[in-house]
Unconditional design. Structure first.
Length: 303
């Protein structure tokens, strides 16, 4: 695999690290299976692309995309909390509705950003090769997002949100407004995914209505893979695992596609994705079995 292909995989891995952090909030912190992200990522991409083409500053456009994603998450959480619709069904309904909303926002199936200024444009004059600039910028953005999320989850509000996901009945007994925490958490989750979508559109040179298909699978695979490769005993380690899991996932895809001995091509990407998700889902169980066997063997020796 060439250096450019390797850095490209790191670049996309960092980008989807933001998606993994958003999925972590909904699936792990709130225990809320949220499929809205398949619609909120193209929503963020579409909002940012539309505003940039209209002449809005790329940084403001990206911020607007974040808040648009928050609104999508709020709708899903509101359907669940206020209308008592099952969380999974609520997210599916919002995801379906977002397809039409995204078309309304964009006005057409795709928007090109070729020649338009982006958040990466100011860093192109640093004198570095183009294939180094984007990964470095994304690394700074992802690290900043991780630190902010860590700070939030360790705050009083973050602790209340974690308690809501762990045991809603106990959280309510402690005076926590679990509905409000759910609204806030799902909004933040989809805001981060939409933020990733806005960066993705500027990175790839355009937004497309179908770019969110399968995002939830990639995000969940990154979370599970990260938990399999490192300890997640603390929030700081858990969020780091999400980012590392996303990078490892993209590297595995890149290696598989670039390994001539396997004979895989670009059209095999979905197959590779499915196989990697299966591996990510089974790794934690295999680790537990191995640890139990090790403990049993050690106990036998001591006797």
């Amino acid at each position: 695999m060439s250096l450019i292909a390797f850095l490209g995989a790191i670049e996309i891995g960092l980008l989807f690290g933001l998606v993994a952090l958003g999925v972590y909030i909904s699936f792990r912190i709130l225990n809320f299976p949220d499929l809205t992200v398949d619609g909120s990522l193209p929503l963020g991409a579409g909002v940012a692309a539309m505003l940039i083409v209209a002449g809005v500053n790329p940084y403001l456009a990206t911020l607007a995309a974040f808040f648009a994603g928050c609104c999508a998450g709020l709708i899903t959480a509101w359907l669940n909390v206020r209308l008592k619709i099952l969380h999974l069904l609520a997210s599916i309904l919002t995801m379906i509705a977002l397809f039409s909303i995204n078309l309304r926002v964009m006005g057409k199936p795709n928007i090109a950003l070729l020649g338009e200024p982006t958040v990466f444009t100011p860093f192109e004059d640093l004198g570095l090769p183009f294939y180094w600039v984007n990964p470095i910028v994304l690394l700074v953005v992802v690290v900043a997002a991780k630190l902010l999320l860590d700070r939030f989850l360790l705050s009083e509000t973050g602790l209340a949100m974690r308690a809501t996901g762990a045991n809603q009945r106990m959280a309510r007994a402690q005076g926590i407004d679990t509905g409000r925490m759910t609204l806030l958490g799902i909004a933040l989750s989809n805001g981060m995914v939409a933020f990733a979508g806005a960066l993705f559109a500027q990175l790839q040179g355009g937004a497309d209505i179908t770019m969110g298909v399968g995002v939830i699978v990639i995000g969940l695979a990154a979370v599970i893979l990260g938990e399999a490769v490192m300890s997640v005993r603390t929030i700081v380690l858990a969020t780091l695992a999400c980012i590392l899991g996303s990078i490892v996932y993209r590297l595995m895809v890149a290696v598989a596609l670039n390994a001539d001995i396997l004979g895989l091509q670009a059209q095999d990407l979905k197959l590779i994705t499915a196989v990697l998700v299966v591996v990510a889902m089974t790794l934690p169980g295999m680790r537990r079995k191995f640890a139990l066997k090790k403990i049993a063997a050690g106990g036998g020796v001591r006797k």
